[in-house]
Ligand binder design. Structure first.
Ligand SMILES: [Mn+2]
Length: 320
């Protein structure tokens, strides 16, 4: 790891123009990794540009330098980059840049920094540490290996990825090393208050009113040890419901202690129902459950789409 980290640092120092890439539909980890790297390259005076193939998550607006992100794909025609750093992406398709990079008429050096166990090692340099809780924890080890002092901007960025990927140090990725990294970042001046404000206090009154309505319909199905609720087309006429809302509600349903499985059903314009399963129970595999309904996903979070609409009866909601 030390050797790779040093090779990457010398590649960055020798670069003419570095392109930093965050994966598409960016989360806190990929964006804060990019912002930490922007701060570092700025300090060592290396020309750089940051790119993301889709829009930047507005909830991460507080990160230093995030305003410099480019999302226009024409960037690759306008400029040349001798060194490209891809962050938090198991492969280039996940990053959303496979087609853009394969269309280049030149061969840049690719640096792959990630923590996904499925990473395909697509870079010329691969700093992939699957036991790291976040890509920012990988970057933390990169900075340490190169004896690079962490300023407060870098500390805040690295802490953000650590906090978002561990769900505030609560999910199974929360290792001793993640906590130790967090402690060190706090000592280096990470602004925990700022991060907390943007990552926890980010609901609008309107969206919480929708959440309230959705939660008021919660029903327990004892046969499947499942709690479920619905979002109707009617709700969607009143509230604009984003995929983020849907994900937020489904994740929150995971806090129910009275049922092993949580299910959120959403009626869609095209006559289908979208379902999202969540579980925290070790013995439950919701991916298998979703698969039996024609869907798929992860063991603890999965989804499916079936034809139908929602109807309320005396015993609760059902798909008809
Ligand atoms: Mn990550």
């Amino acid at each position: 790891m030390h050797h790779t980290a040093q090779q990457i640092n010398s590649a960055l120092k020798q670069a003419e123009h570095v392109l930093i890439i965050s994966h598409k539909n960016p989360d806190g980890d990929t964006l804060s990794s990019a912002c930490a790297l922007m701060q570092y390259l700025r300090t060592i005076e290396i020309t750089h540009t940051a790119f993301c193939a889709t829009a930047i998550n507005p909830l991460m607006r507080f990160l230093p330098h995030i305003e410099y992100f480019v999302t226009d794909h024409a960037l690759f025609e306008r400029m040349q980059f001798d060194t490209i750093v891809v962050l938090d992406s198991g492969d280039l398709a996940y990053a959303g840049v496979a087609h853009l990079l394969s269309a280049l008429s030149y061969e840049p050096t690719i640096i792959n920094i990630d923590h996904h166990i499925t990473n395909t090692r697509y870079g010329n340099h691969n700093l992939v540490i699957p036991d790291a809780a976040s890509t920012t924890e990988v970057l933390y080890r990169f900075f340490k290996a190169n004896h690079i002092a962490l300023d407060t901007h870098i500390a805040t960025c690295l802490m953000t990825g650590l906090i978002t990927d561990t769900d505030h140090f609560s999910n199974p990725a929360t290792s001793a090393s993640a906590l130790q990294t967090g402690a060190d970042l706090l000592r280096a001046g990470a602004n925990l208050n700022l991060i907390r404000g943007w990552t926890l206090r980010n609901h609008s009154i309107k969206s919480l009113k929708l959440w309230g309505r959705v939660f008021s319909r919660l029903t327990k199905n004892p046969e499947h040890d499942m709690a479920y609720t619905v979002i109707t087309l009617e709700d969607q006429k009143e509230f604009s419901i984003t995929d983020k809302d849907m994900e937020g509600i489904a994740n929150f349903l995971n806090t129910i202690g009275e049922a092993k499985i949580a299910l959120l059903l959403k009626e869609q314009e095209n006559g289908t129902i979208k379902g999202s399963f969540r579980t925290t129970a070790d013995e439950v595999d919701v991916a298998a459950l979703a698969k039996s309904l024609g869907g798929g996903g992860h063991k603890k979070a999965a989804g499916f789409t079936v034809p139908g609409r929602l109807e309320e009866s005396s015993t609760g909601w059902r798909i008809v």
